[in-house]
Design a protein around this ligand. Structure first.
Ligand code: MLT
Length: 261
């Protein structure tokens, strides 16, 4: 398989053990801002925009999870980071699992937030391809209309999420959707991930039911599960404090720092 990685846009905060936070679809690194101040005290936080999202390069074609994992490996090479903790939200979680599979020695810890290991059902795959066609015809305004309210239980976040989705390049959104549609089922791979792993999800997520997180937590080698009762699909924006605490615990579990009060 020929992979042509791109140089991802990223931001960096804090010092310490490297932790990469990967956003989901159709979002960018700014979703992590609410949790940053609490965790950058203890770690070197790297916030990339995935290919075709945010300020990263937009390319033609399908963004397979494997390709996006290769983009990330290229970024870690550039930053001279051998091993990192990866925390992936939703599509960022799919990329994290693809990274864990392709580069197991580079993974020091794993956070899976509002995501799943399962592949798409045939119906879901078709829905994604239909949505990609519609974005091709109507632009990202259509995506913002169908997605922003579904992402959150907090009405005050709908408008900022809508604004974020409207910044998405349509070609990038189509590349993401086609990549997610063809992703592999990673469920059977989970037990072989033996690094400390955090699984976190909102109990009110209507995009990915929390049951998927419970299944992953059971199957991963060394995982614990954090459920945020009133959160939807973007818990880092909806309830940043418990999310920051959980990520902090993951960092502590991997790097052994002593958390501050
Ligand atoms: C995401 O938030 O990344 C996507 O909604 C995940 C998905 O559609 O499977």
């Amino acid at each position: 398989m020929e992979l042509n990685p791109v140089q991802l846009y990223f931001e960096e905060h804090g010092q310490g053990f490297p932790v990469v936070l990967l956003h989901g679809f159709p979002l960018d690194h700014t979703i992590w801002e609410p949790v940053l101040s609490a965790i950058k005290e203890h770690a070197r936080i790297i916030l990339p925009d995935l290919r075709g999202n945010g300020q990263s390069p937009v390319t033609d074609g399908v963004y397979s999870m494997r390709l996006m994992a290769a983009d990330l490996a290229t970024l870690l090479d550039k930053l001279e980071i051998d091993r990192a903790i990866l925390v992936g939200h939703s599509m960022g979680g799919y990329v994290s699992l693809a990274f864990a599979y392709a580069y197991p020695n580079r993974l020091a810890g794993l956070g899976l937030i509002s995501t799943q290991a399962a592949a798409d059902s045939p119906e879901k795959r078709q829905d994604r391809l239909n949505l990609a066609d519609e974005i091709g015809r109507k632009g990202v305004r259509h995506l913002a209309e169908v997605m922003s309210a579904r992402l959150t239980t907090r009405p005050e976040l709908i408008s900022p999420l809508r604004t974020l989705i409207l910044k998405m390049n349509p070609k990038g959104a189509i590349g993401d959707l086609k990549g997610m549609a063809e992703r592999s089922d990673m469920t059977e791979f989970l037990p072989s991930i033996t690094v400390p792993s955090l699984v976190l999800a909102g109990a009110e997520d209507i995009i990915l039911p929390i049951e998927r997180s419970r299944t992953m937590a059971k199957m991963l080698g060394r995982a614990w599960l954090v459920e945020i009762p009133s959160a939807g699909h973007v818990p880092m924006m909806e309830y940043p404090q418990p999310v920051a605490e959980a990520i902090d615990q993951l960092i502590e579990g991997v790097s052994g720092y002593t958390p501050m009060e």
